[in-house]
Design a protein around this ligand. Sequence first.
Ligand code: F0G
Length: 458
Amino acid sequence: MEFKTIIEPFKIKSVEPIKITTAEERKVFLERARYNPFMLQSDEVMIDFLTDSGTSAMSANQWAGIMIGDESYAGSKSWDHMHTTIKDLTGYHHILPTHQGRAAERILYSVLGGKGKVFLSNTHFDTTRANIEYTGASAIDIPIPEATHPKDYHPFKGNMDIEKLEKLVREYKPENIGAVILTVTNNSGGGQPVSMQNAKEIHSVCSKYGVRFILDCCRIAENAYFIRHREKGYENKTYKEIAHEMFALADGAVMSAKKDALVNMGGFLAIEEQKLFEQCSSLLIITEGFTTYGGLSGRDMEAIAIGLKEIFEPDYLLYRIKSTAYLGEHLDKMGIPLMLPIGGHAVYIDAKEFYPQIPVEQYPGQALVCELYLKGGIRAVEIGSVMFGKYDENHKLIHAPMELVRLAIPRRVYTQSHIEYVIEVFGKIIEGREKVRGYEITYETAFLRHFTAEFRKL
Ligand code: F0G
């Protein structure tokens, strides 16, 4: 017997209260945060869709693992557990633990980067780009053309443009390519999946020119779900087999375990090359910690090892992908312009289309983020020109290709009635949409400005 309703495949054992706030209170909180939700206190937020990173609810098994975490400085059993699990999943020989994804990125890209080097990706995540550019290298995004058309359907909108890849490798010369980075799923491009076919084609181009192929695999289980259900030939493979096959096409991977590994902190770097591993190990020891803990506690490593297994459970992945789609499909029906199809970890709204009266220089995405907070206490993040905008020599904004707002859904945290509430808030957001105005930045930093930028309402 089949049922229409997909239930959360877990029971709640421990709860965290949500403080219910009023619109008047939220107005004061947001003003104090200078209209940047990153500056809000968490108890000022009712539904926190800022990120799916480090916000997962751990399982009873993971909490049990916390208790048996081995805190030895060297040779920790928990590291052994994490190491074996990652080796088994990725097939790579050399693995380094890091405190989160960007630590792995900083280590790898400072060895591979530097002035004159070029990195090519379906889309560099903001910390990836920042870590690359910080070394003096450049980061070029080459998503497929469909990726920037929110309404057009493509089953694998996260794919990389293979023609452009080959053209750019030749143009910049293979020896100057730091790495080709495939981000799965493509977070900044709308949480869209990447097909195995695309990974195979990247592998061929990289092998042909002798260029390194790195996976940014922080949502690889969610990506595997889409491959199994959308790509021919994968219907009967397990999610883990699919992920394993993708790892086998690349030369290494960086992972923020704060996403698909269902933990609150952690990451790793996994590579095949011995020399590169030695260079990265030295950097790890200088700034993160010894190679058997890399900035993590034994208990964190135990929880990662367990989380990396739970994430491939079919009932979990079905619930995860379908519950994200549930929110997306309801918003779509209400006429909210979305990035379609709905991705794995988040629903992305096309704020430029939602607020046509707000020019990109006045950040329509930021306006929507502020409205969501003011109307419903929902915290979301702008993924547009606040996050990716740059200035030309005359201080004119070079805007991002899209003005998106991301509703990132923490794993195993919110129930269906929380989502029903969010849908209801969107009803209110639609009502007054033509009166909403944009914002101006009054303070910003040179790198990753969105975290600390301050805004003024226009
Ligand atoms: N790569 C991708 C694709 C990411 O989404 C992130 C983080 C990182 C790397 C960096 O990992 O945070 O552990 O250092 N994304 C979070 C987000 C912050 O909200 O999407 P980290």
